[in-house]
Design a protein around this ligand. Sequence first.
Ligand SMILES: [Zn+2]
Length: 438
Amino acid sequence: MSELLILNGHVVDPASGVDGLRDVLVRAGRIAAVEMPGALAGVANTLPKELQLDAAGCVVAPGLIDIHVHLREPGQTHKETIATGTAAAAAGGFTCVVAMPNTTPVNDSVAELEWMLARERGAVVKLLAMPAATFGSLGEEITDFHQLVRAGAVGFTDDGKPVLEDGVMRAALTAAAELGVPVSQHAEDTRLTGGCSMNAGLVAFRLGLRGMPVEAEARIVERDLRLLGEIERVDRVRPHLHVQHVSTARALDAIRRAKAEGLHVTCEAAPHHFTLTDEAIGDYNTNAKMNPPLRAEADRAALVAALLDGTVDCIATDHAPHASHEKEVEFERAPNGITGLETALGLALRVLHREHGMPLARVIALMSEHPARVIKLRERGTLRVGSYADVVVFDAGVEWNYAASASRSKSRNTPFDGAAMLGRVRATVCAGRVVFRA
Ligand SMILES: [Zn+2]
């Protein structure tokens, strides 16, 4: 029976309330014990040194969970593969990632889903997937939610595109509610964003680019929240809406109100949205182009406030790799998206913990316990005895600079090349196996 002992670390497990020096024993892929220092000395004496991990001076936390990644396989493996994307995840401290369906072909069938999740793809961390909400993500006809959930789907989304039609979104929310999974919405009213490549505002004006108004996001969020209320009243089921990568004050206000009214809505924030503003585009830097776009300072500040007050449920990266030659084109023609798995923890600790005083345990909860809750994942996102031994060991005090050239991802499209990070991952353990070590 395989064992691993993680010694001398400061365990922070928000779900069980542990925050102090503990030793962690892993056995057969599960957490077997979390004990005061010294209590596992008997085990330590008999266990070979290579099965002991010294975490002195480090935080030992539940492995991070990212419910929004693009791994590009099948179909775009020059950008990323499931193997390289999950290797980048492990390097960033993630032990579980949820793949979006906008692959080629679109993941909208049981066959595609099973192919993606198969062991042969070589994922080094736990891989889950949200298949498309509609066939081909065309927004017309919902996929077979029932069969897909049986095959492992943890939610449905047409990410990259919104589910625009009221009737289709209503059908998706209702079908998902009956199966107890969320519909994850990319909130963008594309009728307002045609030809736009960044946020509407002063920077867009200076650069001469057409900008997406904040209303494009808010209008879809507000429409979806109205549908949630209607479905609950009329159909007597309780649908769960998850709003992806929220980026505007107006959408956050709508979500805050809906939560106060008791609707089942959750949302995620991406590190780039709480770290940067549209000023980062500078002179047409395509590595600062993503969708939703970087917003103005007022929206960024509102997102930080919503992370602090609990309106935002979790942090998700929207890791979206693209090859250099695809990004090295005119700004308006460049694809949307940036890599994010290796910079998420360093940015969250720098911006939320250090600059805004968010307690370390809350940062960890936003990246482990809470995303697990959004997709109703059991036995992950916590270090409780009996859970999967998904663990991240990081030095919370280390300041360092991210180097895109050292990335495990196949792609280098990040606005954070050379940027200051706080906290460095020393080891990532997934189901008891060390999958990354620095
Ligand atoms: Zn999206």
